[in-house]
Design a protein around this ligand. Structure first.
Ligand SMILES: C[S@@+](CC[C@H](N)C(=O)[O-])C[C@H]1O[C@@H](n2cnc3c(N)ncnc32)[C@H](O)[C@@H]1O
Length: 223
């Protein structure tokens, strides 16, 4: 949901409780006498999908060729929902499935969902080779998993990653500039890659949003 808040000298028209401000200022050149800065606000809650997921969802679903989409560290399943609506089967992977389980009873759980419980730090990777058509990895970053992602994705399948936002002390868990590009480049073709600096400049931390496609050769990550 979007709402518009007008900038200096004017009042916010309405505010949704819990809204996260998307505060990129824009110049409203259509104002009659003088330009007015306005801010686009996006009200988000734990069920609002990530924008990059929404943006690439149809391409991801198409490229999946009927294989399931894997939502890594799915949380509430807000990003899973997008693919269920598109008619995809989705594997929801998390070490704690309580958030997504709490949304459904046994009767209302969509048949397209498969819940998979695993601790991605301590357990073995639980997904088979070339068994998923797309991977969504939002707000949970473990670069050590990239080679497992590449093994599990079919050729041409999408991997979409979004790091946590760069607010507060988050920069300590964010990657360095170009770290993710370098780590993925031999296994994936880049379709979209966007970094933004976060935290103190000396840390060189960046937020990253990316969408990449599994290369068709199944070379090992070390090659
Ligand atoms: C910030 S939430 C993000 C949830 C979801 N991807 C989203 O965008 O809404 C992080 C998720 O990672 C899961 N998680 C944290 N550590 C994990 C681990 N070691 N293995 C698997 N999941 C983990 C948490 O349970 C939580 O659901």
């Amino acid at each position: 949901m979007y709402c518009t808040a007008y900038g200096p000298g004017s009042s916010i028209r309405f505010v949704v409780p819990g809204a996260i401000l998307d505060t990129a200022p824009k110049l409203n050149c259509r104002a009659k006498r003088r330009p007015v800065l306005f801010f686009k606000m996006r009200a988000t809650d734990k069920y609002t999908p990530s924008r990059i997921v929404e943006r690439f969802a149809e391409q991801i679903a198409h490229a999946a060729k009927g294989f399931p989409i894997l939502d890594v560290a799915c949380g509430s399943g807000r990003n899973t929902d997008v693919f269920v609506r598109l008619g995809c089967n989705v594997i929801c992977l998390d070490k704690n499935l309580s958030q997504i389980e709490s949304r459904y009873s046994q009767e209302t759980m969509p048949s397209r969902l498969k819940l998979l419980k695993a601790d991605l730090i301590n357990d073995p990777w639980p997904v088979g080779v070339a068994s998923v058509g797309g991977i969504i990895n939002i707000h949970f970053l473990l670069p050590n998993l990239f080679s497992a992602f590449a093994e599990s994705l079919i050729a041409g399948g999408y991997l979409v990653i979004e790091t946590v936002p760069g607010c507060g002390g988050n920069y300590v868990q964010l990657p360095k500039a170009n770290q993710l590009r370098t780590a993925l480049s031999h296994m994936f073709e880049f379709e979209f890659y966007k970094e933004n600096p976060a935290g103190p400049a000396a840390c060189e931390a960046v937020t990253v949003r990316l969408a990449v496609k599994r290369k068709s050769n199944r070379e090992s990550p070390s090659q």
